[in-house]
Design a binder for this molecule. Structure first.
Ligand code: BEZ
Length: 391
């Protein structure tokens, strides 16, 4: 008799006797690990969702199509970076599709809603991008993990670098939602503490890309520099519009999403732009070199920060699964193993803070050719303050 038939017979007998049955480890049941991938596959952040998916699947392929020894199956949802649809999409994965783990997403507003559902249902959630502080702040929980960053981290690092560069005045511009607001706040925290003056904060709704009125105002305000948060297709358009508006003499800085994954789309006008992020294309460690080679061979394109974050989400999940030998009924042990894992990332090794956010170096990068080349370190081993986390 097969393990499953045997188990069904035993379950039937025990149930008839009115006895509770504990779940068998997934490995012993011979069933697959069900992973919900809730990511944007359309809209401004579509390319980011694809890169995260590619990175995740690359690690799974490296370990023979398995994670922690288990076969995997995916349930994929296009979240469209639409916060109003987030709770329904997440509930569908958790309650209808019964996934074991959810990996998602890119947009902070969507991810905040996902974290709330994950808390209510004790679903394991790995956030492979969205940087909203509350996910590993007031919403922190034993079952919620992030392999990316908080929006505060690169913003704060960029502010420090601009102080070091003796910049005295800046205008900020961002999409008006959690990611942009928190990136700007991180930037201002370091910049103002270092003596910098903010001339004006400006914003437009996500995902609008009508930048012209803001560029006209920047030209008339004449700050020494501009700090922005934009990402994906919107970032590429912003850099092109900024340069076309003749603003090259006003130094443009930003969280590194401004140029990551979009160097090709920006083209030559972005040459020399300096940004801060937890990854850079030329990081010279064996893990990054191997990762970049395999990614390029598999997908016929270069990886970016989003691909790294997806890859590391798979590595983190594998660490947890290996520790419990696929027995997800040992949830506390599974989560504990993830929280103490040391991830050998292409960005460099990192561990998670108590709130489950990476403690990591913030690199200074410069766009040269199609690469965000590392030219220094803004802050070493930067941990998010995790305000409001009671972990
Ligand atoms: C966010 O919404 O948190 C986000 C989106 C794209 C890039 C970085 C952060």
């Amino acid at each position: 008799m097969s393990i499953n038939k045997n188990r069904r017979a035993t379950v039937g007998a025990l149930a008839a006797a009115g006895l509770a049955v504990l779940p068998l480890p997934l490995l012993a049941q011979g069933r697959k690990l069900k992973i919900g991938l809730m990511l944007p596959y359309t809209g401004t952040f579509a390319q980011l969702g694809e890169a995260i998916t590619n990175g995740f699947k690359l690690h799974v392929a490296e370990t023979g199509g398995k994670l922690g020894g288990m076969d995997v199956e995916y349930v994929t949802v296009d979240d469209e970076s639409a916060p109003p649809k987030a709770v329904e999409n997440m509930n569908r994965l958790v309650r209808r599709d019964n996934v074991d783990v959810v990996v998602g997403t890119v947009h902070s507003g969507v991810a905040l809603a996902m974290a709330n559902v994950a808390r209510q249902t004790n679903t394991t959630l790995i956030v492979p991008n969205a940087g909203a502080g509350d996910i590993t702040g007031s919403l922190c929980a034993p079952n919620i993990f992030r392999t990316s960053f908080t929006n505060w981290q690169p913003g704060y690092g960029m502010g420090k670098v601009m102080v070091d560069r003796k910049i005295k005045s800046a205008v900020t511009l961002t999409w008006k939602y959690a990611a942009g607001e928190e990136a700007v706040n991180g930037f201002k925290e370091a910049f103002v503490a270092g003596g910098g003056k903010i001339i004006k904060d400006m914003s437009l709704p996500f995902p609008n890309v009508e930048f012209q009125p803001f560029l006209t105002e920047i030209a008339s305000l004449k700050p020494e520099a501009v700090f922005v948060f934009f990402a994906g297709a919107g970032a590429a358009k912003f850099v092109k519009d900024y340069m076309a508006a003749g603003l090259k003499s006003i130094a443009l800085y930003g969280s590194g999403f401004l140029t990551d994954g979009v160097a090709e789309a920006i083209g030559d006008v972005g040459q020399g732009l300096v940004t801060v992020l937890h990854y850079g294309d030329g990081i010279n460690n064996p893990k990054n070199i191997a990762f970049r080679t395999r990614y390029a061979t598999t997908y016929k394109q270069q990886p970016d920060v989003y691909a790294v974050q997806g890859y590391d989400a798979a590595q983190l999940l594998a660490a947890g699964l290996t520790a419990v030998k696929g027995d997800l009924s040992k949830k506390a042990e599974f989560h504990k193993a993830m929280s103490t894992a040391k991830i050998d990332s292409p960005r460099g090794p990192f561990t998670l803070s108590k709130a489950h956010n990476p403690i990591q170096d913030m690199y200074i990068r410069q766009l040269k050719g199609r690469d965000n080349v590392v030219i220094g370190v803004a802050v070493k081993g930067l941990a998010d303050p995790a305000l409001g986390c009671k972990a």
